[in-house]
Design a protein around this ligand. Structure first.
Ligand code: SF4
Ligand code: SF4
Length: 392
C-alpha cells in the first residue's frame, strides 16, 4: 500500500463514521474545550462536520486552520461516550490527526515533541539513562533497582521519570512494593517513552519502534505482569500495543497501579492507619472512561480507614478532563489551563480537602490550577495516599 492509498483509507474510515452524525449537539454539552471557549470549531460536532465537508467537496483541502481544529482537543472521549447516534468521534479525531500528520499539517510544536521522543526516547529531551533519578533521595534504594528478572515490571512513564514534581508517584509506589515484599523490577534506561504522545499526534508509525522495544525489554526480564502508574501509558499498553504489534495478546498482564493495589490491600495483611480527610476522586479519562477502571481506585480508598469519599457530579464514565489530555498542554496551553480550572472548582464545590487522582498528569495540571485559582485544596496521587496510610 502506498502512502497516498493509506491516507485515503484512513480518511474513508473517518468519513464513514462522520456520516452517522445527526448534528443533535448533545456532545457540545460535555466537551470540556467547547465549554470553555464556546467557539463552534472547538466542538466535536464541528470536527465531524469538517470531515464531512471535505468529503462533500465543500472544502478543497485541509489547511492549517483545519488542522488546528483537530489539535485543540483533549481526546478525552466524552463526546463519543454521550453520542446517541453511536458516532465514534474519538476514532474520527485519531484518524484525522493521522491524516493531517501525513500531509505535513502537524502543528510545529507537536512535530518538535515527536522529534524529541524519536531522538531521546523520552518527552523531555534528557539522557534516557537518567530515568531513575527520582530514586536518589529515597531512604533506601528500591529493591527493584538493578534487578534483571522479576515477576512484575514497573513501567514508570516519562512524566514521573523526568518531571521533579511528579517524582513522588514512583517514589510512593516502590516504597509500597517494598513494604509488601512485591517481586518487581524497574526498567531504568531500558524503558522508552510508551509512544502514546506520537500516536495522538497521528504518528503511529514512528511509535512502533518504541512499542517493540518496550515489550521486548519487559519480556527479557521474564516478567508476567506490567504495572503502570500513568493512565495514558496504561491505556496505550492495554488498548494499542497488541494491535500495533499485530498480535492478539502480548502474553503479559497489564495492570494500572490502582488495580494492583486494590488486590494487594484486599488480600494482603497490610496495616493501614487512619487518615481523617474529606476527599474526592478524579477519574483520569484514559483510565476511567476509556478503560473502564473506575472501581479499583475507589476500592483502594475504601480500604483506608477515616477517608470520607465525596463524589463530584461528573465522575466515572462522565468524568471531566483534567486539561492534560490530547497533547493540548503543548498546543493550546490557555485552553488546557481553563479546563483544569473548571475541574478543580468542581472538587472545591463538593467540599473536598484533598483531590486524589491516579495519573501524574492529572495531579500536575490540577495542582497548577489550584495554585492559580488560590483554591485551598491538596492534590495527590493515589499512591501517595496509600503510602501515607501505611506509614507509622
Ligand atoms: S452527539 Fe453525536 S450525533 Fe449529536 S452532534 Fe455530536 S457527534 Fe453528532
Ligand atoms: S474528545 Fe473531548 S475535547 Fe475532544 S471533541 Fe470530544 S469531548 Fe471535546
Amino acid at each position: 500500500m502506498t502512502g497516498n492509498e493509506a491516507v485515503t483509507d484512513l480518511q474513508r474510515s473517518a468519513e464513514e463514521e462522520a456520516i452517522h452524525c445527526v448534528r443533535c449537539g448533545l456532545c457540545l454539552s460535555v466537551c470540556p474545550g467547547y465549554r470553555e471557549s464556546l467557539i463552534e470549531t472547538d466542538s466535536p460536532r464541528a470536527r465531524v462536520a469538517l470531515v464531512r465537508a471535505l468529503k462533500e467537496g465543500l472544502l478543497e483541502a485541509p489547511t492549517d486552520g483545519y488542522s488546528a481544529a483537530f489539535f485543540r482537543c483533549l481526546l478525552c472521549g466524552a463526546c463519543t461516550f454521550v453520542c446517541p447516534s453511536g458516532v465514534a468521534v474519538n476514532r474520527i479525531l485519531e484518524l484525522t490527526r493521522g491524516e493531517l500528520a501525513s500531509l505535513g499539517l502537524l502543528p510545529e510544536v507537536l512535530s518538535d515533541l515527536d522529534a524529541r521522543i524519536a531522538q531521546y526516547r523520552n518527552i523531555s529531551a534528557e539522557a534516557n539513562e537518567g530515568r531513575l533519578i527520582w530514586a536518589d533521595n529515597l531512604p533506601t534504594p528500591p529493591t527493584g533497582m538493578g534487578k534483571e528478572r522479576a515477576e512484575v515490571a514497573y513501567f514508570v512513564g516519562c512524566v514521573s521519570s523526568f518531571f521533579p514534581r511528579s517524582y513522588k508517584v514512583p517514589q510512593s509506589l516502590v516504597q509500597i512494593f517494598d513494604r509488601a515484599r512485591v517481586d518487581y523490577a524497574l526498567l531504568g534506561g531500558t524503558e522508552w517513552c510508551c509512544g502514546y504522545p506520537m500516536f495522538i499526534n497521528g504518528e503511529l508509525e514512528r511509535a512502533r519502534d518504541l512499542i517493540h522495544h518496550n515489550v521486548e525489554a519487559v519480556q527479557a526480564m521474564g516478567a508476567r505482569k506490567v504495572v503502570v502508574t500513568c493512565a495514558s501509558c496504561y491505556h496505550f499498553w492495554k488498548h494499542s500495543y497488541p494491535a500495533a504489534l499485530e498480535v492478539e495478546d502480548l502474553g503479559l498482564v497489564i495492570q494500572h497501579a490502582t488495580e494492583f493495589l486494590a488486590d494487594l490491600l484486599e488480600t494482603g495483611n497490610l496495616k493501614l492507619h487512619k487518615l481523617r480527610e474529606n476527599v474526592t476522586y478524579h477519574d483520569p479519562c484514559d483510565l476511567g472512561r476509556k478503560e473502564g477502571v473506575s472501581e479499583a481506585p475507589r476500592r483502594v480508598l475504601a480500604q483506608i480507614p477515616g477517608l470520607r469519599l465525596v463524589e463530584m457530579a461528573e465522575n466515572r464514565d462522565s468524568s471531566h478532563c483534567c486539561g492534560g489530555g490530547g497533547n493540548l498542554e503543548s498546543f493550546a496551553p490557555e485552553m488546557s489551563r481553563a479546563v483544569a480550572r473548571h475541574r478543580i472548582c468542581q472538587a472545591a464545590e463538593v467540599g473536598a480537602g484533598t483531590l486524589i487522582s491516579a495519573c501524574q498528569q492529572c495531579e500536575r495540571t490540577l495542582t497548577n490550577a489550584a495554585r492559580a485559582e488560590r483554591i485551598r485544596i491538596r492534590v495527590k496521587d493515589i499512591t501517595e495516599v496509600v503510602l501515607e496510610a501505611m506509614e507509622e
